[in-house]
Design a protein around this ligand. Sequence first.
Ligand SMILES: [Zn+2]
Length: 141
Amino acid sequence: MLQTDQHPFKYDTSVNEKKKKSFWLAMAQCKCPVCTEGDMFKTKATNLKKFNELQENCEVCGFRFMPEPGFYQISLFFTYAISVAIFLVFGTATYYLLNNPPLWVYYVAVFTPSIIATPWNLRYSKVVMLYVFGGVWRSDE
Ligand SMILES: [Zn+2]
């Protein structure tokens, strides 16, 4: 059950509750946290020019994806955390799999996946920010 009456922004809550995806699936697919149907982003992550552009409103329920100006600036902490996780995983894997190779191998092994993951990193940082701090609580999960 959504506590939509407590949210300061208006959106359509008539979307069928049974049609809703699970919290984690909706998050993984970058869907609207209210109806779990509308896309949060204008394009796919592989569109390198616009991968980080949010829709103004959910096309299904009308939920506003920008709760307040500068809302997503704090998402840089999630971006940082994801980057550190990538560094740790690939750095550790390089150390053990390649038996502590020269330093330049670490640079290649750590920065290549980090750069490739940038669109997903930035998008999921925003998704997590909206799901955690967007004021939309889904107590049915
Ligand atoms: Zn929606």
